[in-house]
Design a protein. Structure first.
Length: 390
């Protein structure tokens, strides 16, 4: 099978910096003429979203003739401006995790008297970001770690964002190789689900869960393994969604798979159980390009009979302030910048949120003078700050 890849996702590591406990997160191509992020419009709030329906930019006509825009009916008759009460997940702020490598780096810089560096790095550490969970934590410890994270967010009336990254054969054995075995993975997912429930509000989780970056979009030259992957993700999606959490499946980015291929993979991975999908994870695509791509994916899903309630999406804007490199470089490309701050949308469309899923400052891998995947890279973090467009 042909394998095409535009980025790898980096493994989290635990920092040796002398600060409180760190649980770290992890871990294009030709930019359009306009490099700036779109201005914030009605219905957007920092840390807050959009809900049911299929959202695309106003008046977009998709290649298969489906027209979708705010306030217009989708192919299944749903309305982007439906009068549906916004979920608390979207009306409250996103959780600001104090235990990131960026936060640790700020503390270390201040302790060393590097005030200017600390100030610049705080432009990363003070922004809500996802927490990644994977095989660096034992199955037995997973439930308590997930519950602790979710409870911390709940105590602040904020929405937690979790990324699960432990699929067997992860990353096809490359930079971020690893994952649990086929036998262990379902047990791990069960522990994650229990942790979500332990930290839930009246038994229903309000977390956003991004499930297995890379996995559905990668082909590892083994059809049987790909089929097992689809089954594991499909079952995980169903189990996690049963907790009340909103689950988003990996959908690549605008320069990777075609919308038709992506939709096919999402269906195989259990999109019928999910809230929707996530695009641009750890990548650099412009938000406008990703919105257009997501709209086309949603249209393909609609044509295949997937209901509007399972066609929502989120976009990773953590490093897309300057867009992608012209040559398609994905591994710590130079002169990239922080993108739009995380926010949710409450106007009633399919775009649920812009998120920082990839944690800025954490290396993609040993390239451009950076350390290994997932390790803190101060020079890279400072460059993202320098070229930011938030």
């Amino acid at each position: 099978m042909t394998r095409r890849r535009t980025r790898l996702t980096a493994l989290p590591v635990r920092s040796a910096l002398p600060v409180a406990a760190l649980v770290v997160g992890l871990v294009g191509l030709v930019p359009p003429a306009h490099a700036a992020e779109p201005a914030q419009g009605p219905g957007l709030t920092d840390g807050s979203v959009v809900s049911d329906g299929v959202v695309v930019s106003d008046g977009v006509v998709l290649s298969d003739g489906v027209v979708l825009s705010d306030g217009m009916a989708s192919s299944d008759g749903s309305s982007g401006a439906a009068a549906v009460a916004a979920s608390p997940r979207l009306t409250q702020k996103l959780y600001l995790d104090p235990d990131t490598q960026a936060a640790a780096a700020v503390d270390a810089a201040r302790a060393a008297g590097r005030t200017s560096v600390a100030k610049r790095l705080s432009l990363i550490s003070t922004v809500p970001q996802a927490r990644w969970f994977g095989d660096w934590t034992t199955v037995g410890a997973t439930r308590s770690e997930v519950a602790g994270y979710v409870r911390a967010a709940r105590a602040k009336s904020q929405t937690p964002v979790l990324v699960l990254y432990a699929i067997p054969g992860r990353d096809c054995g490359l930079y971020s190789a690893g994952g649990f075995t086929e036998k262990t993975y379902p047990r791990w997912i069960t522990q994650v689900a229990k942790g979500l429930t332990d930290g839930a509000v009246r038994g229903s989780s309000r977390a956003l869960v991004v499930l297995e970056p890379d996995a559905l979009m990668l082909d590892c030259d083994d059809d049987a393994a790909d089929a097992r992957r689809d089954r594991l993700i499909r079952n995980a999606t169903k189990e996690l969604a049963a907790t009340g959490a909103w689950v988003y499946l990996e959908a690549g980015n605008a320069r990777w798979r075609t919308p038709a291929d992506t939709a096919k993979r999402l269906r195989a991975g259990g999109i019928a159980y999910a809230r929707g999908f996530a695009t641009n994870i750890s990548n650099f695509g412009f938000t406008t390009s990703e919105k257009a791509y997501a709209a086309k994916v949603a249209a393909r899903l609609a044509a295949a009979g997937v209901s509007a309630s399972h066609r929502h999406y989120v976009i990773d804007t953590s490093r897309n302030g300057r867009g992608p490199m012209a040559d398609g470089e994905w591994c710590n490309p130079p002169k990239r910048g922080l993108g739009a701050h995380p926010r949710t949308f409450t106007s009633g469309g399919a775009l649920d949120a812009l998120l920082w899923i990839k944690l800025p400052g954490e290396s993609d891998g040993p390239c451009h003078g950076a350390p290994g995947a997932g390790q803190w890279w101060e020079a890279g973090a400072l460059e993202l700050v320098k070229y930011r467009r938030t």
